[in-house]
Ligand binder design. Structure first.
Ligand code: NAD
Ligand code: MG
Length: 391
């Protein structure tokens, strides 16, 4: 097999680290072109040196001197700034992992897509914000988007290319997060530490909070809408606490196909990394007898108001998903920083959606304007909430 030249955007995060783990297990199969991070110089430089990367880039320009120092004498190029990350994304990789968190990843993803690259997409916020713009850019350049989010990777595996028009429903499973069984009255007291402790998956802080509010599932419905070109009415989410079935595709004949696997991101990442072939991973085989049972239940709308907000943003389309995402990013950051309570996350998203109604963005710049506008409003709402929680 030819050596695959890979780039990892967000190489120091949870998904980035899992991707590196797979690549480093098969050093002869992969060549690393570029690795990027926000500012975790130590981790980025170590990974670049271990993998003999051609280039390492930090998004935060202030971190460049430290990166240059860490890479001195290695022959690895060090670059810094948001543009440097986009330049790294546009380098000639065969496969690019998009694993930056949030809309901060949008420009780099677009830079790779515009070059017609094969992009493995973990960074759902980029697609949620720029859905139509991103899909159009991929089609224009002939780029390939491979789903890495475990649900979307499952759907991708269950979708029969010849029968795409014969799909009746796509059902995304959700773990329900750490608070699925909490008394609702206690949910106002949820702390950041409790919210990031996910029962099934080990992930970055932002997506862990999104899982706890179930905004993550809402973002994923929008992500599925764009990735698979299915109507909002065909998409459903169901709580499945064991996280063994990662999603399902139901066809018009009544057959439902599911993909199963352990709750470890290396499984969907490996699928995207080897696609259209398969590669071995260190995962233990699924022990279904030990798992014993698979449970399913409807998501409780009272407990998870974020899910309904996301569904209506998906149905309305236009700028709504970008506003939803931007407000959520601001609110989650404020929650993690103890500036607002857990229940205010969805409330701030709702207030921002009600206060702001720009037209549908038709370019990358227009998406970024909507994103910036929504962030300003959400930040005002955070400031006005006057909630100061003892850390
Ligand atoms: P993380 O917080 O662990 O890592 C984020 C990465 O992005 C880091 O490398 C960080 O340096 C980089 N980054 C942060 N801000 C940046 C900026 N402004 N500019 C450039 N780089 C920046 O996040 P994660 O959990 O790995 O998630 C990454 C993405 O993958 C998210 O969109 C998340 O929703 C998605 N995802 C994650 C998982 C998971 O298991 N962690 C599963 C499915 C999807
Ligand atoms: Mg997911």
């Amino acid at each position: 097999m030819a050596v695959k030249r890979v780039t990892i955007l967000g190489a120091t995060g949870s998904v980035g680290t899992s991707t590196l783990d797979l690549i480093e297990r098969e050093p002869d199969a992969f060549e690393v072109i570029a690795l990027t991070a926000n500012c975790d110089v130590e981790k980025l430089a170590a990974a670049a040196i271990r993998t003999h990367a051609r280039r390492a880039a930090v998004a935060d320009q202030r971190c460049l001197p430290a990166l240059e120092a860490a890479l001195a004498g290695t022959g690895i190029e060090a670059t810094g700034g948001a543009d440097a990350v986009c330049e790294a994304a546009a380098m000639d990789a065969d496969w690019t992992m998009a694993a930056i968190v949030g809309c901060a990843g949008l420009k780099p993803v677009m830079a790779a897509l515009e070059q017609g690259r094969t992009v493995a997409l973990a960074n759902k916020e980029a697609l949620v914000s720029a859905g139509d713009v991103m899909t159009a850019a991929s089609q224009a350049s002939g780029a390939t988007l491979l789903p890495v989010d475990s649900e979307h990777n499952a759907i991708f595996q269950c979708l029969e290319p010849a029968n795409r028009t014969r799909v009746r429903r796509i059902i995304l499973t959700a773990s329900g997060g750490p608070f699925r069984d909490w008394p609702i009255e206690r949910m106002a007291t949820i702390s950041p530490a409790q919210a990031v402790a996910h029962p099934n998956w080990s992930m970055g802080a932002k997506i862990s909070v999104d899982s706890a509010t179930m905004m993550n599932k809402g973002l994923e419905l929008i992500e599925a809408h764009h990735l698979f070109g299915v109507a909002p009415a065909q998409l459903e989410a169901i709580v499945h606490r064991q996280s063994v079935i990662h999603s399902m595709v139901e066809y018009v004949d009544g057959s439902t196909l599911a993909q199963l696997g352990p709750p470890d991101m290396r499984v969907p990442i490996a699928h995207a990394l080897a696609w259209p072939a398969r590669m071995a991973t260190p995962m233990a085989p699924l022990d279904l007898a030990a798992i014993g049972r698979l449970d399913f239940e409807a998501a409780d709308p009272e407990r998870f108001p974020a899910l309904a907000l996301a569904k209506s943003a998906m149905e309305a389309g236009g700028a709504r998903p970008a506003i939803l995402n931007a407000a959520n990013e601001v609110a989650v950051a404020a929650f993690l920083d103890n500036r607002i309570g857990f229940l205010q996350i969805a409330a701030i998203v709702q207030d921002t959606l009600e206060a702001y109604d720009p037209g549908a963005p038709d370019s990358l710049d227009a998406v970024l304007d909507v994103d910036a506008g929504a962030r300003r409003i959400a930040a005002d709402r955070v400031a006005a909430s006057g909630h100061r929680i003892a850390p």
